[in-house]
Design a protein around this ligand. Structure first.
Ligand code: C5P
Length: 226
């Protein structure tokens, strides 16, 4: 089994990011770089981290008109990220344009409902059906647009996997048994998230905030095959 753990490197500090990747690289399958890192270091920073040799998940959550999102993906094409994110609420045409503009080998996956939103937030935006139904509805749009998969909370993973067997399902909010939950509300252990159907486990602070990040990553990797 290829290692499904992508370590979330949430820092603007490129030296710290590089040091962390060098420390944990043997124990993870890839690196997730998000807006904090990208806004500070740009494509050159992403290329520098990619140069460490691990697949890069570029979590930019693009959301704009189709032409602009396609242009953004053309601009990023030289980085050849393993995974890139867009927002499902951008609509079918935007999603299809994103898939067409990205390199063939790049998985384009969509965020359905941000985990920071609850049913009240959706109702305020005119969505009365609640989070679970909205995730399922948007996952159908993402699939119809020809994307590779979705980002899903651990508790949505099994339902998405059942409805879309071939999806790449990227799962954050994963916490090893006994670790601090932090601001993640709906967590699951790495092993349970895999069993629910996750393709990729995004794990940040349980690794990056550990006294020994390499040991933490190794322990999580071992827990998946134990
Ligand atoms: O530190 P932690 O393990 O909570 O990091 C999870 C990573 O996944 C962070 O980079 C966070 O921004 C991201 N993420 C998330 N929930 C989502 C989408 C992305 O926690 N729905």
């Amino acid at each position: 089994m290829t290692n499904p753990i992508f370590v979330a490197v949430d820092t603007p500090d490129i030296a710290a990011a590089r040091a962390l990747v060098r420390a944990v690289g043997r124990h993870v399958g890839g690196v997730k770089l998000g807006l904090e890192f990208f806004c500070a270091n740009g494509p050159a920073g992403v290329a520098a981290i990619a140069g460490e040799g691990l697949p890069v998940f570029l979590d930019l959550k693009l959301h704009d008109i189709p032409n602009t999102v396609a242009g953004a993906l053309h601009s990023l094409a030289g980085l050849a990220p393993a995974i890139v994110t867009v927002h499902a609420t951008g609509g079918l045409a935007m999603l299809a344009a994103a898939r067409a503009a990205a390199p063939v080998a790049t998985k384009v996956v969509a965020v359905t409902v941000l985990t920071s939103l609850d049913d009240d937030d959706l109702a305020a935006a005119g969505v009365a059906s609640g989070t679970a139904a909205q995730v399922a509805r948007l996952a159908g749009v993402v699939r119809a647009a020809g994307l590779d998969g979705v980002v899903a909370s651990p508790h949505e993973t099994a339902a998405v996997r059942a409805a879309w067997p071939g999806a790449a399902i990227i799962v954050p909010g994963v916490r090893p048994a006994g670790s601090a939950v932090g601001d993640q509300k709906r967590v699951m252990t790495p092993r349970d998230a895999l069993a629910a159907g996750a393709s990729v486990l995004v794990i940040g602070r349980p690794i990056t905030g550990a006294p020994d990040p390499a040991a933490a990553a190794a322990a999580i990797a071992a827990s998946l095959s134990a």
